[in-house]
Design a protein around this ligand. Structure first.
Ligand code: NAG
Length: 174
């Protein structure tokens, strides 16, 4: 009995010591570039289909990510896109738990999954369309109005060039 009470108190303590929305994701969209690459990101902005800033992000509709980038590499016309997703665990400690997407979001053909190909050299604005509504099997399982972390990796099929960004934000899933 005493032990149970102790476990309960410990769990409550852990939950309250941990932010419901880490890194201020309640109000702000956080992002960063994973590593140096031939594409440099200056800014990324989540938008709805009409080009208006969207926050929280709505995953049940196509999401536009407007990215201010500089491509100091070549013209990329054959790219693969891989997406990893994490949900925030604030019950048992605080941390990001990767969501199993059953390989559905790995090695997608980027040019038919929302990336405007070809990506030419130079400073430019890219509008990436991420349409999770096509992956209802995954989105349907996600908690509504919760913090998520997403990693997007673009890989050139002809060379070993890769580029990656991570974003964290509050998302509505239905
Ligand atoms: C918060 O954001 C920074 C980058 O701004 C990142 O390095 C850090 O891992 C993030 N913390 C969590 C808990 O996600």
């Amino acid at each position: 009995m005493l032990f149970r009470l102790f476990v309960l108190l410990a769990l409550c303590g852990a939950a309250s010591a941990c932010d419901a929305f880490p890194n201020n994701t309640q109000a702000t969209f956080n992002w960063w570039q994973c590593y140096e690459s031939s594409i440099t990101y200056y800014k990324t902005t989540p938008e709805d289909a009409s080009g208006k800033f969207e926050y929280p992000i709505v995953l049940s509709k196509p999401l536009i990510v407007e990215a201010d980038v500089d491509n100091h590499g070549k013209t990329y016309s054959q790219l693969s896109l891989s997406i990893r997703l994490w949900e925030w665990n604030n019950v048992f400690g605080c941390g990001w738990n990767e969501i199993n997407t059953f390989g559905l979001l790995s090695n997608l053909d980027a040019c038919t999954h929302g990336v405007p190909c070809p990506i030419k050299p130079g400073r430019q604005t890219l509008k990436l369309t991420i349409d999770f509504s096509k992956f209802q099997a995954i989105i349907g399982l996600l908690k509504n109005n919760a913090p998520y972390q997403i990693q997007l990796t673009l890989a050139d099929k002809q060379s070993s060039d890769k580029t990656c960004v991570i974003a964290q934000g509050r998302a509505l899933t239905h």
